[in-house]
Write a protein that binds this ligand. Structure first.
Ligand code: 3HC
Ligand code: NAI
Length: 701
């Protein structure tokens, strides 16, 4: 028989129930059963008068076992039965919190009669981030303690709340000192009042004020905007409202119904996929955890322009000193000025102390002298996107960098192996492709060259984590993963317009799908001049299908930066406005090609945009340029504003049915061929997609 992950022992008159199920004490079936058995043991133990539930290791209980959700069939006992047992037993039960008490973990704690915590503990109900809602009584019990407004805020945001704040709100009864939750609970138990010890379900303090209040409708209206198109947040409000309109047991039943509705929804499948995909990206088969990353104490950044400045900020924000090199003092002054202005903006918003800003700025040492890079452990190059300039810079770096230093390039489109060939140490060369604005965007594509050493990869991944990025390992191909896919998406947006949709309609369809921005607005933000520069190289190298409208638009239209791009912009205003000049250009182009514009639904536009990503993603996957389909999803969610609740483009394709997706892609390909439109050549269905569908597979695996 396997050993239970929950044990029982005794200290004086207190029975101690310890959950010991690494890594995070999630409520698997075995943990639920163990809690049931050990709590029962404590209730019948004649020598104890109170129980403590505590977590072993780094945390209390981080919630339901999310892996069980995927397997389906959660098995007895149900969490609600365990919670009922704890709450309705004959002896008071104290939850002793440290680490995180999340989701089902907080629901267990709420079912206890008292909650004590170490100061650093965090509590939260983050189910909404998985597309579900608390299903172990959390909506009903928390409402009884803190009222509707706080409950709705916590449940619809999924925020983690520090113990002292949770105490102030009335969720935690006592925050002790130190880091030992059991010691705090034992001393609390020693001074417990004689009783009776109220069950949370019988408490009323949170209910009275909000019965019949407008708080529910207000929350629904606000979520309709902030969580547009999302299923779970509205159901969260419904569940909380039930606490105010129904007796406890009926409220629990309602909560369960809503929980099951969420669980059955594609959005839960998408978000649960994202949870695991985000953790899977750290796992690289030939770079196991046994590969020790190199030590990074001093960083250097080359180029203090748009990207270099943001990259430098990332490091100093994490306390790592940076030497920032540029061609001349004027460029450095400009770069440092932008960095200082960025920090000042954060200080003005009250999100950063002035002293902290000064400290961070003092960690950046501007220089024009390559000799100053000699002690850097990691050098990130972010100079002009020009192969000759990069070659010169890497030859120079090879001369000055110390042995063992990692030489990283932030190139977005150039061949990393060609860059590495300028050095005598290609094993130390890697791509670290940040996304703009580099100090804000969470994505870091770590690009592996053909010679990059495993410990260099391990270091880039570890450093990425240290500076708060989600790092995804990608292969060295044109545009890597994200930009390689986005070029087809951009082309498809233009093809849709040529066929009859308007620029505004295409962007609107992308927004309706849930993307943060439409493709044309994105182009204007990135800069049409920058994109034209990159496109010219790609077209010359035969790497890209045409972007016909990009070739027609007036080169003076640079995007937001000069107020004229696919849209026009009023001075000082980023709102895109339709521009008749651009519409006329499109009309002329259609006429030239003899195209009679047709109408499109948002759905058709959305499909064509997203499937262009999917088809290229499948090619990338087959070539091994991404390790997993989930890695591509993470690139899109953290780098391109793809809605997490859609799961990323590859998961979206799985949820739409790979066979359906292939049928549409095949039709788009045939349509392009029939129209003699070579620009649609990329619709050639990915061989991987065809094979998976032929084999009856439902996913990319
Ligand atoms: N179920 C299953 N596995 C879990 C888990 C959970 N609830 N929480 C974490 N894990 C796993 C992770 O997948 C990871 O596994 P890996 O090492 O194989 O990749 C491992 O535990 C460590 O997790 P992290 O890498 O995320 O560790 P961190 O220290 O960075 O973060 C954490 C710890 C804050 C607890 C974070 O893991 C987290 O937010 N977990 C999810 C919490 C959550 O959403 N709880 C609610 C679940 S739903 C629920 O409870 C429903 C209920 O109402 C009925
Ligand atoms: P930028 O033009 O804003 O900045 C480049 C900086 O490099 C300038 O300050 C310039 O003076 C400096 N520089 C040029 N040659 C140099 C040399 N030989 N030695 C030292 N400094 C030199 O360019 P940006 O946008 O910051 O791009 C830099 C790199 O980042 C490029 O490789 C680009 O492809 C990549 N990138 C850009 C993104 C963007 O959105 N702008 C996104 C991701 C990557």
């Amino acid at each position: 028989m396997t050993q239970s992950p929950v044990r029982y022992d005794r200290q004086g008159a207190v029975g101690i129930v310890t959950v010991d199920s690494p890594p995070v004490n999630a409520l698997s079936q075995a943990v639920r059963q163990g809690l049931w058995d050990r709590v029962t043991e404590g209730f019948i133990d004649p020598d104890v008068t109170a129980l403590v539930i505590v977590g072993a290791g780094r945390t209390f209980i981080a919630g339901a076992d999310i892996a069980e959700f995927i397997k389906g069939g959660m098995g007895e006992p149900d969490l609600n039965d365990v919670n009922d047992l704890i709450e309705s037993g004959p002896k008071p039960v104290i939850a002793a919190l440290h680490g995180t008490a999340l989701g089902g973990g907080l629901e267990v704690a709420l079912s206890c009669h008292y909650r004590v915590a170490v100061p650093k503990a965090l509590v939260g109900l983050p189910e909404v981030k998985l597309g579900i809602l608390p299903g172990g009584g959390g909506t009903q019990r928390l409402s009884r303690l803190v009222g509707a407004k706080t409950t709705i805020e916590m449940i619809t945001s999924g925020a983690f709340i520090p113990a002292p704040k949770a105490q102030a709100l009335g969720i935690i009864d006592h925050v002790g000192e130190g880091a030992d939750p059991l010691a705090i609970a034992l001393s609390f138990a020693a001074s417990l009042p004689a009783g009776p010890h109220k069950r949370t379900r019988d408490r009323e303090e949170g209910l009275a004020a909000d019965r019949g209040s407008s708080v529910f409708d207000e929350a629904r209206a606000s979520l309709a905007k902030s969580a547009r198109n999302q299923f779970a947040p509205q159901r969260c409000v419904d569940a909380v409202e039930a606490a105010f309109t129904l007796p406890f047991d009926e409220g629990l039943t309602r909560e369960r119904e809503l929980f099951m509705q969420c669980m059955a929804h594609d959005q839960a499948k998408a978000l649960i996929h994202v949870f695991f995909a985000e953790r899977a990206v750290t796992k690289i088969p030939d770079v196991p955890p046994s590969v020790t990353p190199r030590k990074i104490g001093q960083v250097a950044v080359l180029g203090s322009g748009t990207m270099g400045g943001g990259i430098a900020m990332n490091f100093v924000n994490a306390g790592i000193p940076v030497r920032l090199l540029d061609l001349d003092q004027a460029a450095l002054d400009r770069g440092m000025g932008v960095i200082a202005k960025n920090y000042a903006g954060t200080v003005a918003k009250g999100k950063l102390a002035q002293a902290e800003m000064d400290k961070r700025l003092s960690l950046i040492q501007p220089t024009t002298d390559y000799a100053d890079l000699a002690d850097a452990d990691l050098i990130v190059e972010a100079v002009f996107e020009d192969a000759d300039v990069k070659a010169k810079v890497f030859r120079r770096l090879d001369e000055v960098a110390k042995q063992g230093a990692i030489l990283a390039s932030n190139t977005s489109t150039l061949d990393l192996d060609a860059i590495a060939a300028n050095t005598g140490r290609p094993a130390d060369v890697i791509g670290m492709h940040f996304f703009s604005p580099a100090n804000v965007m969470k994505l870091l594509e770590v690009v592996r060259g053909k010679d990059t050493a495993p410990d260099v990869i391990a270091t880039a991944m570890a450093v990425g984590k240290q500076i708060g990025k989600v790092s995804v390992l990608v292969g060295n191909c044109d545009g890597f993963v994200g930009n390689r896919m986005v070029q087809y998406y951009a082309t498809e947006a233009q093809r849709l317009v040529i066929e009859g949709a308007s620029i505004e309609q295409v962007d609107q369809a992308a927004l309706e799908f849930g993307l943060a921005m439409g493709p044309f607005a994105m182009g204007d933000l990135a800069g049409l001049d920058v994109m034209a520069f990159i496109r010219a190289r790609r077209v010359a190298a035969g790497l890209i299908y045409g972007t016909p409208l990009s070739d027609r638009i007036d080169p003076a239209r640079k995007g937001q930066k000069n107020g004229r791009g696919w849209y026009r912009y009023e001075p000082g205003n980023r709102t895109p406005l339709p521009d008749p000049e651009v519409a006329a250009m499109i009309d002329a182009y259609r006429a030239e090609r003899g195209i009679t514009p047709r109408t499109f639904s948002s759905e058709e536009i959305g499909k064509r945009l997203i499937y262009s990503l999917v088809n290229e993603g499948a090619k990338i996957l087959e070539e091994g340029m991404a390790l997993r389909a989930g890695d591509i999803d993470i690139v899109y969610i953290y780098g391109y504003g793809f809605p997490a609740w859609r799961g990323g483009p590859m998961k979206f394709a799985e949820l739409s049915g790979l066979d359906n997706v292939l049928a549409d892609i095949t039709r788009y390909h045939a349509d392009a061929a029939a129209a003699g439109d070579a620009d649609g050549g990329y619709w050639e269905p990915a061989p991987l997609l065809k094979r998976l569908v032929a084999e009856g597979k439902k996913g990319f695996g």
